[in-house]
Design a protein around this ligand. Structure first.
Ligand SMILES: *Cc1c(COP(=O)(O)O)cnc(C)c1O
Length: 349
């Protein structure tokens, strides 16, 4: 459709459209930096670093992210991991028992889980044999209640990025929302789709500090979209969904850009070595292209090889139950020492 006619309000659930969000103490009085006495939120007044409620809008962290990604603060929503961000999308746009979403297996399992939790039909359209979105079939699966199409690129568990052309076709031809999950974008040399949120009012890009940024334990997911979409999500998010410790730690890390880059370079170097190693293993039948910090391989007997590695103290992921992934194993790239240990064991099997 002509995206100049796009009206987000037609996609929002009716109850969300009319919702008045909870107004927290920290929403009603925003500090301008002057010395004030805060007696508004029933906190314990004795300082211990976290006795105050956190900033519900995470201003400091968003300011840095906005600058790094060349977007406005109003284009950003932060959540307790991407999982919370994705759940907010369901709750804002998908009417239980009525609406549906489209996902493209083999892919990240949470889309389906969240669809089930929110009682939303999940229409599955398999990727092609080369793990690309099948645009024609996707568009055939769309009906007037299809609210969101989830594209995971680079895709988990396959590792590849989807072709720009196919993603563009979906964005152009689908009138609902398109979520591009970029959890692994920092390991890829492809451009992020973030800058395209200015072009496509139906585009939502999600990223996370759980992978390249090495902060899976603090739970921080990021959503980039139009101001209108972010405003809707802000209405329904829990006021203090990103805690103070997470905000602090995330801020330190995103400002330490060089360190993150160095670690990512190391991981990419190790990925290259691990691909070479795997290519020398007799029971490895195929190594799939990867733009992520993991490698999917097809082996002779995935269950057997998985158990053998487990016996030797190495835990990988057996992805064989996923469609198009028969007899596949997924290896996350570890430290040089971990990868050396893995290499030694693989060569013994
Ligand atoms: C790991 C992963 C995430 C991360 O989720 P968080 O909740 O932010 O830790 C998101 N999407 C995909 C595809 C992933 O593999």
């Amino acid at each position: 459709m002509n995206k100049t006619q796009f009206n987000i309000n037609q996609l929002v659930r009716e109850n969300v459209l009319g919702l008045m969000p909870y107004s927290s103490a920290r929403d009603e009085y925003v500090s301008d930096g002057s010395e004030m006495i805060f007696l508004d939120a029933n906190e314990n007044p004795f300082e211990n670093g976290v006795n105050r409620y956190p900033d519900p809008q995470q201003r400091n962290l968003k300011a840095v992210l906005a600058q790094q990604k060349s977007v406005s603060v109003q284009n950003i929503l932060l959540g307790n991991g991407s999982d919370e961000v994705l759940d907010l999308l369901f709750r804002a746009f998908c009417e239980p028992k009525i609406d549906n979403i489209i996902t493209l297996p083999p892919t990240y399992g949470m889309y389906k889980v969240l669809a089930n939790i929110n009682n939303i039909q999940n229409r599955e359209v398999l990727l092609t044999e080369s793990f690309e979105p099948n645009v024609k079939t996707i568009l055939e699966a769309v009906n007037s209640n299809t609210k969101i199409i989830f594209l995971c690129s680079p895709n988990n568990p396959t590792g590849n990025s989807f072709s720009e052309e196919r993603i563009t076709q979906v964005l152009d031809r689908f009138d609902g929302l398109v979520v591009i999950d970029e959890a692994y974008i920092d390991f890829s040399d492809k451009e992020s789709w973030i800058e395209k949120i200015k072009t496509y009012p139906n585009l939502i890009v999600t990223q996370t500090l759980s992978k390249a940024y090495g902060l899976a334990g603090i739970r921080l997911g990021v959503c980039y979209a139009s101001e209108e979409i972010i405003a809707i999500l802000n209405k329904i998010k829990p006021p203090y969904n990103v805690n103070e410790l997470t905000q602090k730690r995330a801020l330190e890390r995103v400002m330490d850009f060089d360190k993150v880059n160095t670690e990512v370079s190391n991981i990419l170097e190790e990925r290259k070595k691990l691909i070479t190693t795997l290519s020398q293993i007799s029971f490895v039948e195929k190594i799939y292209e990867t733009d992520a910090n993991f490698i999917l391989v097809k082996v002779d007997d995935a269950d057997k090889r998985y158990d053998q590695l487990l016996q030797k103290g190495i835990v990988i992921r057996n992805r064989s139950t996923q469609p198009l992934c028969e007899n596949t194993l997924r290896f996350t790239v570890g430290t040089p020492a971990e990868n050396n240990a893995l290499e030694k064991i693989l060569k013994q099997l």
